[in-house]
Design a protein around this ligand. Structure first.
Ligand code: M6R
Length: 617
């Protein structure tokens, strides 16, 4: 939520900032702005526009944008509607300081009242403007440099922040700080330049040397000088430089109309990358260092608690079935946002698994930190390397599916399911709760899943045609059972978030306890009815919908004859074993949601009101 980029060095800052914002636009896109200190007259120039980064870029086409220091922001509104006034950067009262911010200052109202009593006035409705005024107040009252004034101000702040601050009196310095919202510093060769951003994507391409700031750290960046990091108590902090390699090509659309479509089509490769070096098919082995390193704790765990949000939570529901089936140990799957606030019982012999694509989801991170405080083993399943959840983990497994840019999560989901399958099988083997024959059968099947996904993707054109017949709908139901029940929920989430059609996913047997009342000739009902456990039962559920004139679209196993007779549309997936069905059956639902949204003329990659990385609670 909200993307930040900053630059200080020897190059023109503007192209770096605007291109960086484009890479971060998945985080928010209701307004954007940039601040530059001109090399010519040392004037601090601020430009802001409501709308996407492209609107800002177009509005600046004929401006003099010189300057080798600057910062930029793309916003996801929290306090105050999207508008150019509420857009960042915000200026302090005197116009000396400028700030960009990601997060929420929870005590902004009391701080604002205090500052108003000191004569400060406010132009915007944002909590961010309060913070920059507070920094200025500290600077003026105690005659401080901007880094120290920022530390003083942040000591008074309750909430989450990633900020960059510029002082026009010091065009050779950039100050930044974080708490609960991510911030990464990129270090150029010989400290000649520094980049700072909400994630590594805008920095990749300039340097591999990156420093992930920790909570309550304030960094001072100056050209040709080593960066310095202090905590809020003004103590020096050790700087841990990481080598981060990101394939820039993966950040482009690669010929696809949208990132989402590209990411759907990347799934065979992404899943192979996820298995690489871990699933040794010929030896029938799964090698996961995360398990080897914490073998005893994992084997002896009395319970697993999976915490996640959104799509990652759906993957967790599938993971629960894997771990319970193969490892014989109970699993609770919790919405992180509920778990963190309801005083949950967490035992030291619990293992808490956080699942997160971004690794920055505020609720997941807070729930994980709670688990850590209760001395549970904290196990992260994360896609974004070096992200906050990854760094909070005692151990874990990266999904390694590559950067996911589309707001609607697709390849991250299949990557998470794959990791959960590998994890549960490796643990079951270590515990002796799975037979060799079953173990080998699943390993063999896992190894050919990427080829089977390719077969599903070949039906893209047909799914596009089918999608056209459903764009009228205002509501959809999705039904599945067993391993396909979380898939039904995931299909519904995909549709609602990008097509704005209300959709609900249910376990099919629950239909008669309420949702069936909604079924009429207008109501599309998507059944995930592959040829597995409960297949005959789900056929009965389809009959019930048909009896009420509902429109049935079904995802079925190749060669299915029974559902074919009942459904208006069917989409076939290759046969596989029941536990792996989600890896195939979710693909047509991703494509269906995509094509419905495209048919409706909607912005698939940046749906309204959403952001890719939900760093506010
Ligand atoms: O980055 P995370 O996996 O922690 O994100 C969790 C959810 O915000 C995310 O899955 C969201 O539901 C997606 N937009 C779904 O497509």
């Amino acid at each position: 939520m909200c993307g930040i980029v900053g630059y200080i060095g020897f190059r023109d800052a503007y192209p770096i900032l605007i291109n960086g914002l484009k890479r971060l636009e998945y985080r928010g896109y209701d307004s954007a702005g940039v601040a530059l200190i001109s090399d010519n007259d040392e004037h601090l120039n601020i430009y802001k526009e409501k709308g996407k980064v492209a609107v800002l870029e177009n509005s600046l086409a004929d401006k003099d944008l010189s300057g080798t220091i600057g910062m930029a922001h793309t916003r996801w509104a929290t306090h105050g509607e999207p508008s150019s006034i509420n857009a960042h950067p915000h200026l302090s009262q005197s116009g000396r300081l400028a700030i960009v911010h990601n997060g929420i200052i929870e005590n902004y109202a009391s701080l604002k009242k205090y500052l108003a009593g000191k004569g400060f006035t406010f132009k915007s409705c944002t909590d961010t403007e309060v913070l920059v005024q507070l920094i200025e107040y500290m600077q003026q009252t105690y005659n401080l440099c901007v880094a120290q004034a920022t530390r003083y101000a942040l000591r008074k702040v309750v909430g989450a922040y990633a900020i960059v601050v510029m002082d026009k009196e010091h065009p050779d310095e950039l100050v930044a700080a974080r708490k609960s919202s991510p911030l990464v510093v990129g270090i150029g060769e010989d400290n000649k330049e520094f980049l700072i951003a909400s994630d590594a994507l805008p920095i990749a391409g300039y340097t591999h040397n990156m420093v992930y700031l920790n909570d309550e750290e304030v960094v001072l960046l100056r050209r040709n000088q080593p960066m310095s990091v202090k905590n809020l108590k003004n103590e020096d902090v050790n700087i841990d430089v990481k080598q981060v390699d990101i394939d820039i090509d993966k950040l482009e659309k690669g010929g696809y109309d949208h990132y989402m479509l590209k990411e759907i089509f990347e799934q065979p490769k992404a899943i192979s990358d996820c298995m690489r070096g871990r699933l040794l098919q010929k030896k029938h082995q799964i090698v996961l260092s995360a398990i080897n390193l914490h073998r005893e704790q994992l084997i002896n765990a009395k319970r697993f608690i999976i915490i996640a949000c959104g799509t990652s939570w759906h993957a967790g529901l599938i993971g629960k079935q894997y771990i319970e089936n193969y490892c014989d140990v109970p699993v609770a799957v919790e919405y992180a946002s509920e778990f963190r606030y309801r005083n949950p019982v967490i035992m030291p012999d619990d293992v808490v698994i956080a699942i997160s694509q971004s690794g920055e989801t505020a609720d997941t991170l807070a729930a994980f930190q709670l688990a850590k405080a209760h001395h549970a083993l904290c196990f992260g399943i994360v896609n974004a390397v070096g992200s906050s959840v990854a760094r909070e983990s005692d151990t874990g497994i990266y999904t390694h599916v590559g950067p996911e840019i589309g707001v609607a999560s697709t390849k991250a989901f299949t990557g998470q399911v794959m990791v959960l399958a590998l994890f549960s099988l490796a643990l079951a083997k270590a515990k002796g709760t799975i037979g060799q024959k079953d173990y080998e059968e699943i390993i063999d099947e896992l190894s050919i899943i990427p080829e089977k996904i390719k077969v599903v993707l070949q039906q893209n054109d047909r799914i596009k045609e089918i999608a056209k017949t459903y764009t009228y709908a205002r509501n959809f139901l999705y039904m599945g059972r067993g391993y396909n029940y979380p898939v039904a929920m995931e299909g519904a989430l995909k549709l609602k978030e990008i097509s704005y059609i209300h959709a609900e996913g249910y376990p099919a047997a629950e239909m008669k306890h309420g949702p069936i009342a909604l079924v009429d000739a207008e109501m599309p009902v998507v059944f995930v009815a592959t040829h597995h456990q409960l297949y005959t039962k789900i056929i009965s559920n389809i009959e019930e919908v048909k009896a009420r004139n509902g429109r049935v679209l079904a995802v079925v196993t190749q060669g299915d004859t029974s559902v074919r007779k009942l459904a208006e549309h069917i989409i076939e997936v290759p046969p596989t074993i029941a536990p792996l069905a989600p890896l195939l059956s979710v693909i047509p639902l991703q494509l269906l949601a995509y094509h419905v949204a495209v048919e409706k003329g909607l912005n698939v990659d940046q749906p309204r009101n959403l952001a890719k990385s939900v760093t506010v609670e």
